[in-house]
Design a protein around this ligand. Structure first.
Ligand SMILES: Nc1ncnc2c1ncn2[C@@H]1O[C@H](COP(=O)(O)OP(=O)(O)OP(=O)(O)O)[C@@H](O)[C@H]1O
Length: 263
């Protein structure tokens, strides 16, 4: 792509093109992704929703380079992940992608500060002090930097995991049900943290969630059903997301249910 084109088109931090993912063969074949093309715009917070089994995790894992596609492409920036060998894929994930999981996945023996800088330390990168300090301010745990994760609440641990995900200034942070293990108040804090990090520092987040309240924090919600992208909702509210999800139940009772990929 020429520089001129890059400036006129929406910049996507990550995208998939004609993504197909087939698990199993013959009678047990499941088309988890059935030709999905979607971009995740840079500087935006995108949520992925859809009924259970609709392909949300598969889409996220493929876009993040944690899983490979059966056909089609997954790109981080302009890098087609299928062109990378395992070593370069690992490096790309380490340097250009951040992750937040439902289970916070912090290292219990390291302090909060050490957990946050661990990916950069492993990569041998010098710490960007300004960015690190800004992150500590955003997560609001300056007085806990020398505590261990076990001494923090679940919500505080997830805020540390969010800071760790952003610490290396990745192109995109993928969050898989980041509030799944939290009570509603802690979950709300983590979502506000994700949203404010995107808006104040122009970062990119892609989040899989079942929760309409969580999805309402995003700039846009993508809806999957039966491995396909079926709808997008800019500027979501929890009510509108809930209504859209309810419509899936109605659609599932009709012809859309007869595709049979998961029968
Ligand atoms: N490793 C696997 N082997 C076989 N089938 C799989 C595998 N992983 C996922 N699937 C199937 O692919 C389809 C999509 O799964 P996926 O986990 O992406 O859905 P999801 O929308 O994230 O679901 P949930 O909301 O329940 O987490 C499902 O039918 C699932 O059973």
């Amino acid at each position: 792509m020429s520089a001129a084109t890059a400036h006129t088109a929406t910049t996507h931090a990550a995208r998939v093109v004609d993504a197909v993912k087939v698990y199993g063969r013959g009678d047990t074949e499941v088309r988890a992704l059935d030709g999905v093309s979607v971009g995740f715009p840079a500087g935006r917070f995108t949520a992925i929703m859809g009924p259970s089994g609709s392909g949300k995790s598969t889409l996220m894992h493929s876009a993040a380079g944690l899983d490979t596609l059966t056909s089609g492409s997954a790109l981080i920036g302009d890098t087609d992940l299928s062109t990378l060998d395992d070593r370069r894929l690992t490096l790309l994930r380490r340097e250009r992608v951040g992750f937040v999981f439902q289970a916070f996945n912090l290292i219990p023996t390291l302090t909060v500060a050490e957990n946050i800088t661990l990916p950069a330390d492993l990569a041998g990168d010098p710490r960007d002090d300004e960015w690190y300090e800004a992150l500590i301010d955003v997560i609001g745990l300056r007085d806990r930097l020398h505590h261990r994760p076990g001494e923090l609440s679940g919500g505080q641990q997830q805020r540390v995991a969010v800071a760790r995900a952003f610490a290396g200034s990745p192109d995109v942070v993928f969050a898989d049900e980041p509030t799944g293990n939290l009570d509603s108040r802690s979950g709300e804090e983590v979502l506000r943290l994700l949203g404010s990090t995107v808006r104040r520092t122009n970062r990119t987040v892609v989040m899989v969630t079942h929760d309409p309240l969580a999805a309402a924090h995003a700039d846009e919600v993508l809806f999957l059903a039966d491995g396909r992208l079926v709808d997008r909702m800019p500027d979501p509210t929890a009510e509108r997301v809930l209504d859209r999800l309810k419509a899936f139940d109605t659609e599932a009772a009709g012809p859309a249910a007869s595709r049979g990929a998961r029968a």
